[in-house]
Design a protein around this ligand. Structure first.
Ligand code: NAD
Length: 285
């Protein structure tokens, strides 16, 4: 059983910031890093805002807020990323994730655990870049990570025996609900959810309905957000990358074919909330 005291979260985008908050709130010494330094600053500001909001709603005490903030640190380069658990939340790209883990493994102990927040890529393939692939596991948080309870825990083919159980306990310690999933494209949630997005995009493409109407109906039928609102929250680039990974993972099965509407949005840099415009517009707050 590994003793985890320190955690390094790599990638301070949509997911990394929420994941760092969750670990810091649970008392882990948490380091946050991103290739773009300005995104780390933006992430810290967002975490402060989240914590402040929680204090105002009496969900957190001022002392807990301060303790959480005191658990957070930042570093300037990957060579400084030394921790008991490294969790990557960088772009959904196999080569980027493999290169990153391989670089960080070189400066860490052979016991360090490498967790990937991938939504759809093979944990086995990501682990293959490590000298010790047995230390690699999938920990798939959902968006927004500081609120959503579910975490998929995924073992790769070479994940060492016992690591999945350790991660299940860790997720519970974070106050989250672990669900063990097999290492297959999109795991459970993202495989099922492809149709929520893709069928909605097809309705739009075929001119059978319009965006706001689809969102309104899906909300009325019980979903918290409609598909276009949700794609804007996720990030259209990330959502498209996940669809492509699932599509390739299932040998280009037509049911997972990526939508040209999403390709166009990504080409235009209209990625959703994170860029201020996606399917909808988001004025700066
Ligand atoms: P994002 O685009 O918001 O953030 C990714 C961040 O990674 C960027 O800030 C980028 O600068 C940084 N980055 C890229 N390469 C890096 C490197 N080599 N070293 C350090 N930083 C690097 O992406 P996201 O939506 O947060 O997704 C991150 C991961 O989480 C992906 O694997 C994605 O599939 C997964 N995920 C996303 C969601 C979601 O709703 N967005 C939900 C669950 C899982």
């Amino acid at each position: 059983m590994s003793e985890i005291r320190s955690v390094a979260v790599v990638g301070a985008g949509t997911m990394g910031l929420g994941i760092a908050q969750v670990f810091a709130q649970a008392g882990f010494v948490t380091t946050l890093f991103d290739l773009k330094a300005e995104l780390v600053e933006k992430a810290l500001a967002a975490i402060r805002k989240n914590l402040e909001g929680a204090v105002e709603k009496n969900k957190l005490t001022a002392a807990e807020r301060d303790r959480t903030l005191s658990c957070l640190a930042t570093v300037k380069g990957t060579h400084e990323l030394k921790a008991d658990l490294i969790l990557e939340a960088v772009v959904e790209d196999l080569k980027v994730k493999q290169r990153l883990f391989s670089n960080i493994e070189a400066v860490n102990s052979p016991q360090t655990i490498f967790a990937t927040n991938t939504s759809s890529l093979s944990v086995t393939a990501i682990a293959s870049a490590l000298v010790n692939p047995g230390n690699c596991v999938g920990l798939h948080f959902f968006n927004p990570a500081h609120i959503m309870k579910l975490v998929e825990v995924i073992s790769g083919e070479r994940t060492r025996p016992g690591l999945t159980d350790e991660m299940v306990s860790l997720v519970q310690r974070l106050g989250k609900i672990p669900v063990v999933a097999k290492d297959s494209p999109g795991f459970i949630v993202n495989r099922v959810a492809r149709h929520f997005y893709l069928e909605s995009l097809k309705l739009l493409e075929e001119g059978k309905s319009e965006m706001a109407g689809i969102d309104k109906l899906m909300r009325a039928s019980g979903f918290k957000l409609g598909p276009f609102e949700l794609m804007d929250l996720i990030g259209i680039d990330t959502n498209l990358a996940v669809t492509k990974a699932v599509y390739h993972g299932f040998n280009s099965a037509a049911r997972f074919k990526p939508s040209s509407i999403q390709e166009e949005k990504v080409r235009l840099g209209q990625l959703g909330r994170k860029t201020g415009k996606g399917f909808y517009e988001y004025p700066k707050s």
